[in-house]
Design a binder for this molecule. Structure first.
Ligand code: NAD
Length: 443
C-alpha cells in the first residue's frame, strides 16, 4: 500500500520505518526542509535504538522516501498519517494547529479517495475538526471525493519505540467507517499478536483513550513518588514497599519506580490537555490528575532540595557532576527533562556544572544555550574535583559505579541518586555518602 507520513519526528519516523519494513511504499513529508534533506541522505536526526539500521535498510530498497513537496506527498498515499506535534498552549490545551494545517494541505491537493489518520495525540473532537477542515476545502474546490478520518493514537515510548511499534500491546482505531477500519486492520496485521489486540471503537473514545492512558501512567509515577517521600520521613524503604505492592497481580511493577519526577514530550502536556478539555468540554475538574501534576512539579525539585539541604544552602562555587540530561534513557529527547529544572536552579545559586549524557549532549547544548555548563565526553571526566555527583537519568551506563574512581576523582564522594539505580550494597562499607529517593541515606 502507498502510505504518506506527515511529520517525520519521533512518532512519524518510527511509523514510517516500520510500515516500510512490513512491505508498504512510504513517503515521509516534513515542513522542516533540513530534516528532509538529512533523511534523504540517510542521516537519521533523532536517537532511537535500532531506528537507523532499519531506516537505512528501507531507504536502500526504496520503500522509504522523503519529500518536502506537499502536493507530491498528498498524491502518494492512499492512507495519510498525520504525525505532527501537538504542543501545549499557554492555557494547558493541546495546540492542534499543525494537525489542521496538515489536514488543509491534504484537502488542497487531494485527487482521489483517501483515509486520513490522526496519529498525533489530539483532544476529543479533533477527528471531527479535521473532517470539517477537509470538507470545507473540497467544497471550495467543487470536488466530490470520498474520505474518512480515523483516530489511531500512538502508544510507543521513546527509547523502545521500534519494539513498541512492531510488537504493540494493542492498536486502537477510532472510526465510524467500516471499510476504513478494515484497511487499518490489514495495515497493522503483521504487528498485532491476535485479533484481540486490534481495538476498534468510535473516534471520540479513541481520542480519550490516549489521554486517559498517559494520565494513568503519570498518576502511578506520582503515587509512588509520594509514597517514597513518606518513606523517607518515617524510615521505610520505597524499594521494599514497591516489591511488596508490585508483586500483587492486580497492581504489577511497571511505572512504580520512585525518582525525581516525570518529564518528556508526552506526559506533562497530555495530562494538562486532559485537565483542560475536561474543564472546557464537560465543566469537570479532574482532581486525581491535578494532584498527580502537583506531586510531579514538587518531585522535579526534590534533587535540588536534597542537594541544597546537604550543603546548608551554600552552593556557590560548588562543583556538581550531572549524569544524565535526557528525560529518560535511550533517547536524546530533552523535552521537559527534570535535568532542566535542576541545572538551571543549581547555576542560579552559583554552582558550577559538569555534565555527561550518552546521547543528549547536542540537544542539551541547544536547550541550555548560554548557560555555563561544561559538557564531558564520558561519565568519569565529570567527576574530577566534584563536590557531588547527581544521577538524573537512568542510563544503563550509570548503574555500575567505580568506587575507586569516585574516591580518587571527586572532591567529596557524595552521590544523589535521582533514579535509585545504584545498588546500595555496593556503597555499604565505603566512604561514599549516598542519598537515594525514598530510602535511608547511607553515610
Ligand atoms: P516531533 O516534534 O518529534 O515531530 C513532529 C514533526 O512534524 C516535526 O519534524 C515537524 O517539523 C513536523 N511538522 C509540523 N507541522 C507539519 C506539517 N504541517 N506538515 C509536515 N510536517 C510537519 O513530535 P513527536 O514526538 O513525533 O510527536 C508527534 C505527535 O505524536 C504528538 O502529538 C505527540 O504527542 C504524539 N506522541 C508522541 C510520542 C513520543 O514518544 N514522542 C508517543 C506517542 C504519541
Amino acid at each position: 500500500m502507498n502510505i504518506t507520513i506527515i511529520g517525520s519526528g519521533y512518532v512519524g519516523l518510527v511509523a514510517a520505518v516500520c510500515f516500510a519494513d512490513s512491505g508498504n511504499n512510504v513517503l515521509c513529508l516534513d515542513v522542516n526542509k533540513s530534516r528532509i534533506k538529512k533523511l534523504s541522505q540517510g542521516i537519521i536526526p533523532i536517537y532511537e535504538p535500532g531506528l537507523e539500521e532499519l531506516a537505512l535498510k528501507n531507504i536502500k530498497n526504496k520503500r522509504l522516501t522523503f519529500t518536502s513537496n506537499i502536493k507530491k506527498s498528498v498524491e502518494h498515499g492512499d492512507v495519510q498519517f498525520i504525525c505532527v506535534g501537538t504542543p501545549q498552549s499557554e492555557d494547558g490545551s493541546a495546540d492542534i494547529n499543525y494537525v489542521l494545517s496538515a489536514a488543509s494541505n491534504i484537502a488542497k491537493y487531494m485527487n482521489r479517495d483517501k483515509i486520513i489518520v490522526n496519529k498525533s495525540t489530539v483532544p476529543v473532537g479533533s477527528a471531527g475538526k479535521v473532517s470539517q477542515t477537509i470538507k470545507e476545502i473540497l467544497e471550495k474546490r467543487n470536488l466530490d471525493i470520498k474520505y474518512s478520518v480515523v483516530s489511531n493514537p500512538e502508544f510507543l515510548r521513546e527509547g523502545t519505540a521500534l519494539k513498541d511499534f512492531l510488537y504493540p500491546d494493542r492498536v486502537v482505531i477510532g472510526s465510524s467507517d467500516k471499510s476504513s477500519t478494515k484497511v487499518m486492520k490489514d495495515l497493522y496485521k503483521k504487528f498485532i499478536k491476535n485479533s484481540k489486540s486490534f481495538i476498534a471503537m468510535d473516534p471520540i473514545s479513541a481520542e480519550l483513550t490516549k489521554y486517559a492512558a498517559n494520565s494513568l501512567l503519570a498518576c502511578r509515577i506520582s503515587f509512588i513518588n509520594e509514597i517514597a517521600n513518606l518513606s523517607e520521613l518515617i524510615g521505610a524503604d520505597i524499594e521494599e514497599v514497591k516489591r511488596g505492592i508490585g508483586s500483587d497481580s492486580r497492581i504489577g511493577n511497571s511505572f512504580l519506580n520512585a525518582g525525581c519526577g516525570y518529564g518528556g514530550s508526552c506526559f506533562p502536556k497530555d495530562v494538562a490537555a486532559l485537565q483542560k478539555l475536561s474543564k472546557d468540554q464537560a465543566g469537570m475538574d479532574l482532581k486525581i490528575i491535578k494532584a498527580a501534576t502537583d506531586v510531579n512539579n514538587n518531585q522535579k525539585n526534590i534533587l535540588f532540595k536534597k542537594i541544597s539541604k546537604r550543603f546548608s544552602g551554600r552552593l556557590k562555587n560548588k562543583s556538581i557532576a550531572i549524569w544524565g540530561l535526557s528525560f529518560k534513557p535511550n533517547t536524546d529527547d530533552m523535552r521537559e527533562a527534570p535535568s532542566i529544572d535542576l541545572i538551571t536552579k543549581l547555576i542560579s545559586k552559583g554552582a558550577s556544572i559538569n555534565a555527561y549524557d550518552p546521547e543528549a549532549t547536542k540537544e542539551a547544548k541547544r536547550v541550555f544555550k548560554g548557560l555555563p555548563i561544561k559538557y564531558k565526553n564520558n561519565k568519569n571526566d565529570c567527576l574530577e574535583g566534584a563536590d557531588a555527583l547527581v544521577i538524573v537519568t537512568e542510563w544503563d551506563d550509570f548503574k555500575d559505579i567505580d568506587i575507586e574512581k569516585i574516591m580518587n576523582l571527586m572532591n567529596n564522594p557524595i552521590i544523589f541518586d535521582g533514579r535509585n539505580i545504584i545498588n546500595s550494597t555496593s556503597i555499604n562499607g565505603t566512604q561514599i555518602e549516598y542519598h537515594p529517593i525514598g530510602k535511608p541515606i547511607i553515610a
